[in-house]
Design a protein. Structure first.
Length: 70
């Protein structure tokens, strides 16, 4: 059994994991930049999670979404 019978599959696995992770992150960023919700949708989502948002909290969430969309 030659050394390359072990090294090539291991290198292929490592490269595949790194590329898969990178492409997954890029896809997630792209989807999050297109993710826009209006005020009512944000309030409904927060209520489903058990939170009541006031106007200041709602504005903070919208600002965070804008920053992520850069």
């Amino acid at each position: 059994m030659e050394w390359y019978n072990f090294v090539i599959p291991v290198l292929t696995l490592i490269i595949g994991i790194i590329l898969g992770f990178y492409l997954g992150i890029q896809t997630l960023k792209k989807q999050m930049s297109n993710f826009n919700m209006d005020d009512n949708q944000l309030r409904e989502m927060a209520k489903k999670m058990g939170y009541n948002l006031n106007a200041k909290q709602l504005q903070q969430i919208k600002n965070m979404q804008k920053k992520m969309g850069r």
